[in-house]
Design a protein around this ligand. Structure first.
Ligand code: IPD
Length: 280
């Protein structure tokens, strides 16, 4: 028997906020966007990112005034304040994961919400309003796409040989980092991977693994709000999430391997070089 879930009110609010945020993204999707730059010329933010985060933060503050909030645009507005994970109930939010997708009307932006308590991720809600896909998971209760149970692909190999992989180049154009990124792709292809795909959103990439559309995703450079909720969705779908260095997943290290099964996750880690980044 599954144990009752303690955070149903928070989960319901998250789902409804993801839909409302999604509606704002959808409304603006084909219109010209006002773009600002953050850490680099390809780290973008639009007024929709800011508006969606403000709407989500205000609803959380109203409904759960004692909860903590870690949001992409709130952290950016603070000048990149360090993330502090405490035992308190904490919402981890990316209002638009895949901002570059959104800017170019490539149909994979999403609202990404994770919720932690006692430093454990209790639920994840990821919503792509363009294709109307709502991915959800509650800890210990499975993963779902539009309310249908999902699992990672049972046909996924347990090693790199024969796998379909997802990765991203990311928004850091530093030449040394790019060498590592392309070097890792090269190594995995030499190890027999069938090929690479990129959806332009860390959370969307992870949800693709969770529902069996690809065998694994890995990246270094994204932030806690990009993989906190989606990580739970992968694990609840039967997949494995580890650090790119082969160790335990670290939500502030800005690295992940999310795979259909643990054999594949470990084999990817053995074939790539981990990338050191400033922690969140
Ligand atoms: C980015 C996306 C992208 C990934 C970057 C992230 P954002 O998030 O997830 O796929 O490559 O590392 O920063 O900026 O669109 O929320």
């Amino acid at each position: 028997m599954t144990t009752p879930f303690k955070f149903n009110s928070e989960f319901e609010l998250a789902e409804s906020l993801a839909r409302s945020g999604g509606a704002l993204i959808k409304e603006a999707f084909h219109k010209p966007k006002n773009i600002d730059l953050k850490s680099s010329t390809i780290d973008l933010v639009t007024e929709t990112d800011t508006a969606v985060e403000a709407m989500i933060l205000s609803a959380i503050t109203k409904n759960f005034p004692t909860h903590k909030f870690i949001g992409e645009e709130t952290v950016a507005a603070s000048g990149g304040q360090k993330v502090e994970i405490t035992d308190d109930p904490t919402w981890v939010v990316d209002p638009v994961d895949g901002t570059t997708n959104f800017v170019h009307s490539f149909p994979y932006p999403c609202v990404a919400i994770g919720f932690m308590n006692n430093q454990i991720v209790e639920f994840g809600v990821i919503y792509n309003p363009i294709n109307n896909e709502m991915f959800t998971a509650k800890l210990g209760h499975g993963a779902f796409l539009n309310n249908q149970k999902i699992t990672t692909s049972p046909a996924s190999p347990e090693a790199v040989q024969g796998s379909l992989l997802i990765t991203e180049i990311g928004s850091d154009k530093n030449a040394k980092k790019l060498d590592l990124v392309f070097g890792n792709m090269n190594s995995l292809l030499q190890a027999g991977a069938h090929g690479f795909r990129s959806l332009g959103s860390c959370a969307m990439n992870m949800c693709a693994v969770a529902c069996g559309r690809a065998d694994a995703f890995y990246e270094a450079g994204m932030h806690i709000w990009d993989y906190c909720g989606a990580g739970l969705i992968v694990r609840e779908a039967g997949g494995s999430t580890i650090d790119m260095n082969g160790g335990e997943l670290d939500l502030c290290a800005r690295r992940i391997i999310a795979a259909s099964n643990s054999g594949l996750a470990v084999d990817i880690s053995k074939n790539i070089e981990s990338i050191e980044l400033e922690r969140d």
